[in-house]
Write a protein that binds this ligand. Sequence first.
Ligand SMILES: Cc1cc2nc3c(=O)[nH]c(=O)nc-3n(C[C@H](O)[C@H](O)[C@H](O)COP(=O)(O)O)c2cc1C
Length: 226
Amino acid sequence: MDRKPAPLVPDGVQQTYSVRTRSHLHSTPDRESAPSLRPPASPPLPLLLAIAGSLRAASSNVAVVAAARALAPPELEVVVYEGLGDLPHFNPDLDTESPPAAVQDLRRRVGEADALLISSPEYAHGIPGVMKNALDWLVASLEFPGKPVGLVNASAASTHAQAALEEVLRTMSADLVAEACVTLPWTGAKPDLARMIEHPPLSGAIRGVLQALAARAAQARAACGG
Ligand SMILES: Cc1cc2nc3c(=O)[nH]c(=O)nc-3n(C[C@H](O)[C@H](O)[C@H](O)COP(=O)(O)O)c2cc1C
């Protein structure tokens, strides 16, 4: 016999609040309803958009942003951006009133985020093309300036790209959060996701970055009146 799943709200009881997802991106406005049954309204969690500057399947920088999501404190929602490889090559001629859909998506996500976390490899002493391409699309955007940004460097040997990213981001008027710009305390084979979560110095460094960004995001919200 088919069994119907139990309803979230028993029959005959009017649902007076919506089931809240972690993401305010999917939330719906509360309906007017009886105040006695309504749970206290809580503002959406600060949102961190995490971007890895590598398209490699086994990327250590993708592992960093996945670890950031796994280690996020309860007061912060972490969403991983996965559209880096879909962005067209930056071309000012395409940056019109209606830029390519992938660019609109990137800018919308950046606009919705309270802070950004970038973890990028170094290629030939520089920023990988895909990462710089994404930043170039954000240079003239309204969404980026003033955004709190943290930078995680997964490789202590890669000092040039981290310095270049700091310079580029400052030039783009990012709010670089000093306590959230770190090089992971790790040498040798690239750490994978499990290692990042289980190795206390690595997980501690990532947690520190998240806490610094959560604090800056909360500060920015308070400055805007909540
Ligand atoms: C084309 C290429 C150039 C690289 N150049 C550098 C470099 O200049 N300095 C460095 O520290 N590592 C360099 N590396 C190593 C990468 O930064 C390293 O493998 C990193 O883990 C790649 O990031 P991912 O694991 O997120 O893909 C280079 C790797 C490639 C493929």
